[in-house]
Design a protein around this ligand. Structure first.
Ligand code: TEU
Length: 589
């Protein structure tokens, strides 16, 4: 086998810039702040940073609405600050992967502004459509089809200047680019080359699986007047979903191959990871098979939906076998070709520790944070750590709507409670507390000071989003010199991947798949094998059958590669045939 590319043995750390470190006291994190914390990241041992968007942006969706791809937003600093960050990170051997948001731009981008003129050469750069036949343009019900936008309301916005509607899968300040137009694609490739030439090491591609929309022979979208394709029935909030017609669309592979050719051919040492909504686990193999020259890896979504029913706001308790099945399917799909990314957290998800762990006591919180970390990192693939995960940060704990800043959360509240009456106020506040994106966006907890070290304690501004009061116990300063902290455990997990070939590249095989509480699997290279065992529950449970057979001769301390319990305690519970709450370990068998 050819040697793996660097990312196959790497751990990537995601930074959400506005929440990581404020360098100038305005209440928002920035590039200088990130640069000042590179030593911390080097100490943690990560190989690369995925930087959520720092481009010039009106910040309607915290930077996922870009008005200039070749500049840095003043909120975060300057191009010069970016160059310094790149240089300093590279000195420490850390790569920087930028977010690439090209399914849409901001409505304030020059391309969109030009496109509002029908006679401009940019006229066809977005999805412009006339009003539905027989309706007055701009009047109610005149939208070209029934699609709803992801952040509330219709997916169509009427533009007075052009006299037509434009499509926005997300907010109305995020118009979708028309990837059918080759000029659009080549403008994107030029911009990507510009950043790679400047020194960035690759891209995390925002909703890249949405760029090819399904259209009929005459270029009509589903549900448009005269279209050969019908749109889906209207749902509880009054709209139909565009996603079935844009996820993993007909030209996706073609566009990705073209991008690979135009941007990455002849370059080395980069990483491409696509955000993969709606792409099936099985399709992951083709998209990430190096022979197909598309992407290095994709973030799949199915394992993050196992505790949601229909809308993301309907959370149900985790039933572990559902999570296992989703993860196992992902692992199996790329057994022979392709590659997996591994994540439980990012800036769009609530904190996995609050979601699936146990935060009822400090002991259980710490133990379950380590258990979830071990579980994720022992799979085969490239693990992603989201800022604060490595110290066991939890959900925000907001109880009032005015504490939230995220447009998705605020719009969903109004749409579901006030307009469509799908949920009452109390139950929606409960949903937000469980699943709002702001849960993972509270400032990074560096120390126990007033603003958790995210800002100077004497700063006159307030952090843009409230610091979690549990900064007093959960923070970097308290954890970095404590060998039993969540931080120290993550550092060991990362080290293990870097030093142990089986952890990095071993074949994955699930054990005791149907067990309701224990998640166990082996990783192996030839006859060398390690067993990972995690009790994903707050109760003492029996060791399942296959696992207990593999451990029949008991536990020897020297063969425990990593554990969240000391080896004596572990050995004695294994001898009794049980696992205490949230016990997690990796054993060489
Ligand atoms: O997210 C895409 C996406 O569909 C979601 O995960 C979404 O953010 C939402 O949480 C669904 O409920 C990407 C970015 O990661 C997200 O932050 C952006 O808001 C979105 O694209 C638009 O650019």
């Amino acid at each position: 086998a050819t040697p793996n590319p660097w990312w196959a043995n790497a751990v990537v750390y995601q930074i959400y810039p506005r929440s990581f470190q404020d360098g100038n006291g305005d209440g928002y994190g920035d590039l200088k702040g990130i640069t000042s914390r590179l030593g911390y990241l080097a100490d943690l041992g990560i190989d690369a940073i995925w930087l959520s968007p720092v481009y010039r942006s009106p910040q309607d969706d915290n930077g996922y609405d870009i008005s200039d791809y070749r500049d840095i937003d003043p909120l975060f600093g300057t191009l010069g600050d970016m160059d310094v960050l790149l240089a300093k990170a590279h000195e420490l051997g850390i790569k920087i992967v930028m977010d690439l948001v090209v399914n849409h731009t901001s409505d304030e981008h020059a391309w969109f502004q030009a496109s509002r003129d029908k006679n401009s050469s940019y006229a066809d750069w977005y999805w412009w459509r006339p009003a539905r036949a027989g309706h007055e343009p701009g009047s109610q019900g005149a939208e070209p089809n029934n699609w709803g936008g992801s952040f509330g309301g219709s997916a169509w916005e009427f533009d007075d200047q052009r006299g037509e509607y434009y499509l926005h899968t997300f907010s109305k300040k995020q118009p979708d680019l028309n990837w059918e137009n080759p000029a659009v694609r080549h403008a994107v490739y030029d911009m990507m080359n510009w950043w790679l030439d400047r020194g960035v090491d690759g891209f995390r591609m925002d909703v890249i699986t949405l760029i090819s929309k399904r259209i009929d022979g005459a270029g009509r979208l589903p549900g448009e007047t005269g279209s050969e394709i019908e749109d889906e029935p209207v749902g509880e909030e009054g709209y139909s979903s565009p996603w079935p017609f844009s996820m993993d669309g007909p030209r996706l592979d073609e566009f990705l191959k073209e991008m690979r050719h135009e941007v990455f051919e002849g370059r080395e040492g980069y990483l491409t990871v696509g955000e993969g909504q709606g792409i099936s686990t099985l399709r992951n193999e083709a998209v990430t098979d190096p022979a197909n020259k598309e992407l290095d890896m994709l973030f799949l979504f199915d394992h993050m939906g196992v505790d949601q029913r229909g809308a993301k706001w309907n959370m149900v308790p985790l039933h572990l076998p559902d999570l296992k099945r989703a993860m196992i399917e992902q692992q199996d799909a790329v057994k022979d070709k392709g590659w997996a990314s591994l994540y439980f957290n990012n800036h769009d998800q609530p904190r996995s520790l609050s979601r699936w762990g146990d935060t009822s006591t400090p002991q259980l919180r710490i133990k379950s944070a380590k258990a979830l970390g071990l579980l994720l990192h022992m799979h085969k693939g490239t693990p992603y750590v989201y800022e604060g995960e490595e110290i066991g940060m939890t959900n925000a704990g907001f109880t009032r709507l005015d504490q939230y800043q995220d447009l998705e959360s605020i719009n969903a509240y109004h749409q579901r409670v006030d307009e469509a009456h799908v949920q009452d106020a109390a139950s929606m506040m409960d949903s937000l507390a469980q699943v709002s994106r702001d849960n993972s966006r509270t400032p990074m907890q560096w120390d126990s000071n007033r603003y958790a070290g995210f800002m100077r304690p004497d700063a006159s501004a307030e952090p843009w989003l409230a610091v979690n009061p549990n900064k007093a116990e959960i923070n970097v300063e308290a954890e970095s010199n404590d060998p039993d902290s969540v931080f120290s455990f993550y550092r060991r997990l990362i080290q293990l991947r870097h030093t142990n070939d089986i952890v990095a590249a071993g074949e994955f095989e699930a054990v005791d798949v149907e067990d309701e509480f224990v998640y166990a699997f082996t990783r192996s290279i030839d006859s060398q094998r390690v067993l990972a065992v995690v009790n994903v529950s707050s109760r003492t449970v029996p060791l399942p059958v296959e696992t207990s057979l593999m451990l029949a001769s008991g536990i020897e301390g020297s063969k425990v590669l990593i554990a969240n319990e000391d080896s004596d305690a572990l050995a004695s519970s294994i001898a009794k045939g049980e696992l205490s709450p949230w016990t997690a370990f990796v054993y060489q068998i």
